[in-house]
Design a protein around this ligand. Structure first.
Ligand code: F0G
Length: 361
């Protein structure tokens, strides 16, 4: 369990539970330690007796959960004397890899699907000094090329195929248990490359083995309808969703994720683009939480299941991970924006515009 006092980052807080030695550099941007926020509106609005908590991973240093695993993977790459790092990414992994590689002083190379990276993620990756190579293809094509490169060149792979990434991501499950003083009944996540749902499950299993919790949660995974290989049971050649973070047709952690769902007696299913949008808007407008579209998939899924009576009438604790910050994807945010035409600098005109003409009459 993490110590009290000012937060020191995931390696220092959980070093006993991570594969770090005295030789591992204490790299950190003070990632982790994110809040588990009780839902004020969405949870209470749902049928059943839900206690809904939102684990806001958008508050990590680069704005997504990726920082937890990245800090461990880059620290281990430093320990091994790596001269360069590489990853394929739908955006967040690249932003995180670029930031931690910059901090470590190691050159970083990222392959991204051309035209399908949210603006904020691209901006971060570029500014942290990574060599960005847009690929004519999707994430799965990028990852294939990255695997090819690391098979032939001594470059440290920073995708979640790297076991250290998974070790670091397990700390989010530790934090949930530390905060709740036990495990939730259900844990819901968006699923793309399927690393995070796997890492959470491994984290809960690890805490159970240590006797820190008695029961483990059921894992709930949600994929976008147009990018749902795990739900369909086969790779999708052309995955499509506005939630570009999870626009993945052939997840690298396929088998591990399906095992996590099965072992936890959980569920993996789809959510539609409209359901993602609606959960995204409700999180911002009703909870005050600005997340990126992929992150809203976990909440969209829980809303659907609750409305179908899935959770029954018993008191049930559900945690949804909000995987990334809303500032990552400003285009999606402003898609259905209200009228942003400028007004004359005049009180009456401004009031008329914002409150309607009858108020000013
Ligand atoms: N949510 C966000 C915001 C993500 O960036 C990702 C994955 C996921 C959910 C899904 O997690 O892949 O572990 O199942 N983003 C990766 C990337 C693929 O390259 O940034 P997963």
């Amino acid at each position: 369990m993490a110590q009290g006092g000012p937060w020191r980052g995931v390696i220092a807080e959980y070093e006993d539970l991570l594969p770090v030695t005295e030789a591992t550099p204490r790299l950190t941007l003070l990632e982790g330690g994110t809040p588990l926020i009780p839902s004020a509106q969405i949870g209470p609005s749902l049928p059943g007796d839900l206690r809904l908590f939102l684990k806001f991973e958008g508050l990590n240093p680069t704005g997504s959960f990726k920082d937890r695993g990245m800090v461990v993977a880059v620290a281990k790459a430093m320990e091994a004397g790596a001269r360069a790092t590489i990853c394929a990414s739908t955006g967040n992994t690249s932003a995180s890899a670029a930031a931690y590689s910059a901090r470590a002083g190691i050159p970083c190379m990222v392959l991204i699907p051309h035209g399908y990276i949210a603006l904020g993620k691209l901006a971060q990756t570029v500014r942290h000094g990574a060599k960005v190579v847009p690929i004519k293809g999707n994430f799965d094509d990028c990852l294939r090329v990255v695997r090819d490169i690391v098979a032939h060149y001594p470059i440290a792979l920073l995708n979640s195929l790297n076991p250290y990434r998974m070790d670091g991501q397990k700390t989010a499950a530790f934090e949930v248990c530390d905060a709740l003083r036990g495990a939730p009944d259900y844990h819901a996540l968006p699923v793309g490359n399927a690393g995070n749902v796997t890492a959470y499950w491994w984290g809960y299993c690890h805490y159970r083995e240590l006797g820190m919790i008695d029961l483990q949660p059921r894992m709930l995974g949600f994929q976008a309808e147009g990018a749902a290989p795990l739900v369909r049971g086969e790779p999708i050649a052309k995955p499509e969703t506005r939630a570009t973070a999870i626009r993945i047709g052939n997840p690298a952690r396929w088998r591990d994720a399906m095992r996590a769902i099965r072992e936890s007696r959980g569920l993996i299913t789809t959510v539609s683009e409209d359901e993602i949008r609606s959960a995204y808007e409700r999180l911002a407008a009703e909870e005050g939480l600005f997340v990126e579209p992929a992150s809203a998939a976990s909440v969209a899924g829980v809303i659907r299941l609750a409305e179908n009576g899935f959770f029954g009438e018993e008191p049930t604790t559900v945690v949804c991970t909000l995987t990334g910050h809303g500032l990552k994807d400003p285009d999606y945010a402003l898609d259905a924006a209200p009228d942003l035409e400028p007004s004359p600098p005049d009180a009456e005109a401004v009031l008329e515009r914002s409150l309607g003409s009858h108020v000013c009459a």
